[in-house]
Design a protein around this ligand. Structure first.
Ligand code: SF4
Length: 335
């Protein structure tokens, strides 16, 4: 990043962190209106509950959008966030710092001059208040250099505004949760007619957080690709094993795709049945518990039934097990 007056106003290139939502869209619009070249950067995340779409950015604003994925080191941040968690396992301040640090590296590669975001002061009371915005700026090494076009007038000017490279008078001073101003702008410039709130981040979800907490406790080698399976099925912890039971056909198919070669897979043959995956160390007792769970969630009417199981290293076995009938008992193991 160049951080002195050698920057030229007519050649300024901004890298915008974009989620695909209304805020990032209008932040990009404000800078494009000043004649600044804008490049978009999106972070793909297994914790994101919606499919980001960037057609509007590309087609209506002519913005090229790049994508980076969260890496395994993001799980270290979740395990031990310097600035703590929100209500669940969401380390929002550390998450922003992490993403901005990655964006800084990316900025050098594409030779952009500055970074901006669609953040709005006080839009999220716990992570976007003034103090949190300042911490994020400082810890990511972007003090005075992180532009937030939607709230700029409510914040201290960045060096780019001070040096008149960015026209501060054309930025906004939005605060709070309402998206009325952003939507008004998007409509006026024919970008978007309606605003639909996106699904959000799974780290703020209590059930997902419980599963993730369990994953962090029982795994020493943290892998971001392991996050995918946490989204599907019912999850049970039984000693050193994790048992995942599909809730419908779609989940069954996904679980089959996501299981690892070592994982044990089981189902009840010949009748509608969940797919059950056993991960980790399992004993006879675990096998019995998982099989009785599989019978419980199958269409079996009788109290006993056959279950087939195996993995890529052992042949399929077929045995008779007893179905669990007591749902209260199951709650002790449910994550
Ligand atoms: S809600 Fe999720 S994605 Fe957003 S800042 Fe917090 S942890 Fe990061």
């Amino acid at each position: 990043m160049v951080d002195d007056i050698t920057l030229k106003k007519d050649k300024l290139k901004g890298l915008g962190l974009i989620s695909g939502g209304l805020d990032s869209l209008t932040a990009c619009l404000l800078l494009k209106q000043q004649g600044i070249e804008v490049i978009g950067l999106n972070f793909k995340s297994p914790f994101c509950q919606y499919e980001s779409r960037f057609d509007i950015f590309r087609e209506k604003l002519g913005i090229e959008v790049y994508s980076l994925s969260l890496e395994d080191d993001f799980l270290d941040i979740i395990s031990n966030p310097k600035f703590g968690y929100g209500r669940n396992l969401n380390p929002c301040v550390d998450c922003r710092i992490y993403i901005l640090k990655k964006a800084k590296e990316f900025m050098k590669k594409i030779k952009a001059d500055f970074i901006f975001t669609g953040e709005v002061l006080n839009q999220r009371p716990k992570s976007q208040h003034m103090k949190a915005l300042k911490i994020v700026e400082k810890e990511s090494g972007l003090e005075g250099k992180l532009l937030r076009p939607l709230s700029a007038l409510a914040l201290e000017p960045t060096i780019y505004e001070d040096q008149d490279l960015i026209d501060r008078s054309k930025l906004l001073g939005i605060k709070g949760r309402s998206r009325k101003i952003q939507l008004g702008l998007a409509r006026r410039y024919g970008l978007l007619e309606e605003y639909y709130a996106c699904g959000g981040c799974l780290l703020t979800d209590i059930n997902f957080s419980n599963r993730l907490r369990d994953y962090l406790k029982f795994n020493s080698c943290l892998k971001i690709k392991d996050m995918d399976i946490l989204r599907y099925g019912r999850h049970f912890r039984f000693n050193n094993a994790k048992i995942i039971v599909g809730r419908n056909e779609i989940e069954n198919n996904i679980l089959v795709q996501l299981k690892k070669p070592k994982d044990l897979i089981m189902e009840v043959p010949d009748i509608p049945s969940p797919i059950t995956i056993i991960q980790g160390d399992f004993t006879e007792k675990t096998l019995k518990f998982a099989a009785s769970l599989t019978l419980r969630y199958s269409d079996l009417k009788e109290s006993e039934g056959k279950v087939v199981y195996g993995n890529e290293y052992q042949n399929l076995s077929k045995e008779i097990f007893t179905k669990i009938e007591n749902d209260e008992f199951l709650k002790n193991y449910l994550l």
